[in-house]
Design a protein around this ligand. Structure first.
Ligand SMILES: Nc1nc2c(ncn2[C@@H]2O[C@H](COP(=O)(O)OP(=O)(O)O)[C@@H](O)[C@H]2O)c(=O)[nH]1
Ligand SMILES: [Mg+2]
Length: 286
């Protein structure tokens, strides 16, 4: 029987509200997921075919009580499951379905800090470790969102890096973009006394719903700057760690990447189910 013919049989059976369907010995190699249209089905005979897998969607046939599967080279579910009976088969299919639905492995990394501190350079180095420092990195206008992906639990984790330009981020409207369930990196400059340092700590604490914050000390010209971590931690509960880098020599860059991976993959929404009908881009979710 061709797939076409099979689909026609299923459609006809759905129209007839069949409770029993005999598809035994029809030379079937696959059973189309359309079978779930047969919502009244109580008994389904699939014996003596060439089925190597069952569509896990059959769990949606809530009235199904009897399933004949003998004489099929089934691998999914495997014979060990099948011999445990109908309930075990349904459990297996349910698990298969769970794995099919996408888990959410996407989050924002929001880079803040004073103009010239090295935000854009950091964003580009995260995305591409071989990125070369630009003599005069053209000042970002508005917001640049660049993507960085890393392998995670057999899938891809997508990080949307938000890089704010110049003075833009100080505008109240842009602070709207400082969202919850994101990771924050505050780039601190060592050239001068960074007067906006506390401003950023306060703004992020206020608007980020306790999202974690990392401080990236960019030691340009190897100049050091002391940050009293213990005091900061007392004052800002979302402050996690300070990481020191020099973006000319890439010192500290691997550690930055590791910490970002760690904190971003531990954000509370990570690994939850993708809502089925999200139409706006996830990165815009607050
Ligand atoms: N020498 C040196 N220059 C750097 C370093 N990091 C950034 N710069 C330069 O400093 C300037 C400002 O950096 P940029 O990333 O645009 O800062 P932003 O305004 O915070 O985005 C650029 O010309 C960069 O090339 C560094 O570690 N060492
Ligand atoms: Mg910039």
């Amino acid at each position: 029987m061709t797939n076409e013919e099979l689909l026609q049989i299923i459609e006809q059976a759905a129209r007839d509200n069949l409770t029993k369907l005999d598809l035994s010995d029809k030379g079937l190699t696959t059973l189309p997921p359309e079978i779930v249209q047969l919502t009244n089905l109580r008994s389904l005979d699939l014996s003596s075919n060439q089925l190597s897998s069952l569509p896990p969607e059959i769990v949606q046939l809530t009235n199904l009580q009897t399933l004949y599967l003998s004489n099929n080279p089934l691998e999914s579910p495997p014979p060990e499951i099948i011999q445990n009976g109908f309930g075990a088969i349904l459990d297996f299919c349910r698990q298969q379905l769970e794995q099919k639905t996408d888990l959410l492995y996407e989050a924002k990394l929001i880079i803040v800090g004073e103009g010239g501190a090295g935000k854009t350079t950091l964003a580009k180095k995260i995305q591409n470790e071989n990125y070369k420092l630009q003599q005069d990195e053209s000042s970002t206008e508005g917001i640049d969102v660049i993507q960085w992906k890393f392998p995670f639990k057999g899938k891809e984790f997508q990080v949307n890096i938000w890089d704010f330009g110049g003075q833009e981020i100080y505008h109240a409207t842009h602070q709207f973009f400082l969202t919850k369930r994101s990771l924050y990196a505050l780039v601190a400059d060592t050239r001068k006394e960074d007067t906006d340092f506390y401003y950023w700590l306060n703004v992020v604490e206020l608007l980020s719903g306790n999202s974690p914050l990392l401080i990236v000390k960019n030691e340009k010209q190897e100049r050091k700057r002391d940050i009293n971590e213990r005091e900061l931690r007392r004052e800002f509960t979302n402050f996690k760690e300070t990481i020191t880098t020099n973006l000319t020599t890439d010192r500290g860059l691997p550690e930055i990447l590791n910490k970002i991976k760690h904190y971003i993959s531990n954000l509370p929404h990570i690994g939850t189910k993708l809502p089925k009908n999200v139409e706006e881009p996830l990165s815009a979710l607050n």
